[in-house]
Structure formats: C-alpha cells, structure tokens
Design a binder for this molecule. Structure first.
Ligand code: G
Ligand code: G
Ligand code: MN
Length: 316
C-alpha cells in the first residue's frame, strides 16, 4: 500500500453447522471460539469443540448468576497476611474476594473475577470488597493495614473512582490503613486516565502496589509515571526457585526497588526454602501459604493479637 508492505493476520473462530442448532447459538459458539483464538496468542483458527461447549455453558451460567447476584450478601472477604522480613511480623493483609452463589455454590475466585471483568461487573465487586475491608478495619481493636485489589475497569471509570473515593471519605480511617493493588494490564488501555485516578488515591495518603509484577511487559515506565509504593513480584518467580537466573532477576528487582525507594514483596512463598531465598535476594516482605492462607477476619485479628502479646501466648 503506497509502496509499503502491510502485514495482515487474522484470528478466526469456527463452529460446525448442525441443523439442530439455531443460528443465534451458532454465531455465539463461533464467537466463543474466536475469543479463545485471541486469548491464545491470536493469528490462529480455533474450532468450537465439545470442551468449549462445556466451558461456554459454565461461563454463561456464571455470568447470569453474577448479573442477578446480591454482592453485599454473597461476596465475602478473606485476608492473607503479608510478613515483613526485617521484623518477621505480619504487617499487612491482602483482601481477597470469595463468592458463594446461591445458584451455583462456591465459584473459583479467578473464574468469577475473570467473568466479572469480561462482563463489566467487576466494579460492583470492588466497591463491596472495599466496604467490607473498611468494616473489618473498624471492627478490630488493633487494625493492621489492608490491601484491596482494583481492576482496570475501576481505574478507567471516573464514576467508579468517585464511588470508591466516597466510601473512603465516609470513613474516618487513617488512609495508611488502606493500600490498593493494581496490575500493569489494568493500566494499559489508557495509562493517562489510570494514572490520574491512581493519583486521586495516592494524594489521599493511600499506598499503591503494582501486582503480578514481572509477568506481562514489566514496563518500567509505569514506575516513572505512576505513584507506586510497592512491587508485588508474581509468584511464578518464587516457584522457579533453584534457577540461578531467576534468583539474579529477583536480586536486581530488589536493588531497583531500593534505589527507587519502593518496597519489594515476593508472592507465593510456600515453604522455608523459598523464604530463605526471599531473604537472600533482599526482598522486604513476603506473602504466601508458608505464613498463612487467605483466612477469616477473626483469625487474622487473633494472629495480630498473639503477635502483639507474645507473653500471653507463652502463658496460654
Ligand atoms: O484469591 P485467589 O485467592 O484465588 O484469587 C484469584 C485471583 O482473583 C487473583 O488474581 C486475585 O488477585 C483476584 N482477586 C481476588 N479478590 C479480588 C478482588 O476483590 N478484586 C479483584 N479485582 N481481584 C481479586
Ligand atoms: O494476583 P494476586 O496478588 O491478587 O494473588 C493473590 C492470589 O495468590 C490468590 O489467589 C491467593 O490465593 C494466591 N496465593 C497466595 N499465596 C499463595 C501461595 O503461597 N501459593 C499459591 N499457589 N497461591 C497463593
Ligand atoms: Mn493482589
């Protein structure tokens, strides 16, 4: 075109014509196959199979149930401890949503989070989770800071951000008690807007953590442009313990974090060896099953109480 070579590629979703399947369903199935083609690297053809049919059915069931869900009663939150490696103390907890659908039962979190992101329902969940986090902080005698996940939809909607700020303004909580976690992918669609909205949180005194860091593009521009206080390194790195290259990458990440004055947390620490490695590479803090699975608020409060009163523990 105009003397330039333009490369085109295409993703294609196909389904086999059957007389018994109506045209709406045929198109929907082909579209589902197309979604898969795009998800799995694009530039390919995917043919709708029986396995897709089961997946599609489940997805639509989840979407339907989400649309009619009463999130404030159906979503509950769990808390997973984050441990500071300097003091060996639980210093924060991440708030993780769980959904018990009256229709479908307990749904895997990554499943319903995914479907709610794809169907634009995630922000309702975010607001409910935030409100529950605020309520938990208020109910504890000695609250520790909590980290709440934000999705790209939240950051890219001024209306949702207004709602989030309203919730925050309505409480008299110290803003340092609430951190927000965002992923790089959440920022990609419109970095400028996401940045403006993150600044609204940051200027209120909330810290911001960059979640799942090290996967995706790990674009260092985000560290320059966004008010980031912490890198949460994706758990795939800790899983790869024993690989010297991985350890070197982790070490350089903690050096970078130190130079930038941000914290570096390693996710997915499941055993002592991984903890030792986290210390060796200079991580500031860790999160993972070794220190605690996502737990009920009462259990976290008890953990903090024990931590604050070690003598009580010994006497008991
Ligand atoms: O909670 P895990 O325990 O299985 O959660 C699965 C995925 O869902 C993780 O990627 C986690 O970040 C995400 N997740 C859990 N709770 C929330 C939430 O309240 N909001 C968003 N946006 N993601 C969440
Ligand atoms: O992506 P995000 O940082 O929000 O991840 C939180 C997710 O990681 C949740 O699904 C949580 O259950 C999971 N998780 C937390 N600690 C561990 C761990 O030690 N091992 C594994 N496999 N998953 C973990
Ligand atoms: Mn997170």
């Amino acid at each position: 075109m105009d003397g330039r070579l333009i490369q085109l590629s295409a993703s294609m979703g196909c389904t086999q014509f059957k007389k018994t399947v109506n045209s709406t369903l045929l198109i929907r199935n082909a579209d589902y196959a197309l979604l898969h083609a795009k998800k799995h690297g694009k530039n390919r053809v995917v043919i709708f199979t029986e396995e897709h049919e089961r997946g599609a059915k489940q997805r639509f069931e989840i979407e339907d149930a989400l649309r009619s869900a009463d999130f404030s009663s159906e979503i509950k939150v769990l808390f997973q401890p984050q441990v500071d490696l300097g003091s060996n103390q639980v210093v924060r907890a991440e708030v993780l949503a769980r959904w018990d659908s009256p229709k479908l039962g307990r749904i895997q979190p990554d499943r319903f989070i995914n479907v709610s992101e794809e169907s634009g329902l995630i922000s309702k969940i975010t607001v409910v989770v935030l409100k529950k986090a605020v309520a938990a902080l208020k109910s504890w005698q000695n609250p520790i800071p909590l980290a709440v996940n934000l999705s790209g939809h939240d950051l890219l909607s001024n209306q949702v951000m207004d709602e989030i700020i309203d919730v925050l303004e309505a409480t008299d909580l110290d803003p340092s008690l609430l951190e927000f976690e965002v992923t790089e992918s959440a920022m990609m669609a419109d970095t400028e807007k996401a940045c403006a909205n993150l600044n609204r949180l940051s200027s209120r005194g909330h810290s911001v953590a960059l979640d799942d860091f090290g996967t995706g593009y790990s674009n260092f521009n985000y560290l320059r442009e966004l008010p980031i206080n912490k890198l949460k390194v994706d758990r795939s790195f800790v899983e790869d313990i024993g690989n010297p290259t991985t350890e070197k990458i982790l070490h350089s990440l903690t050096v970078t974090a130190n130079a930038l004055g941000v914290d570096c947390l390693l996710e997915g620490v499941e055993d002592e060896l991984q903890l030792v490695m986290a210390k060796r590479v200079g991580a500031h803090s860790v999160q993972g099953y070794f220190f605690g699975r996502p737990m009920e608020g009462g259990d976290l409060a008890a953990t903090i109480l024990k931590q604050n009163n070690p003598a009580e523990e010994r006497r008991a």
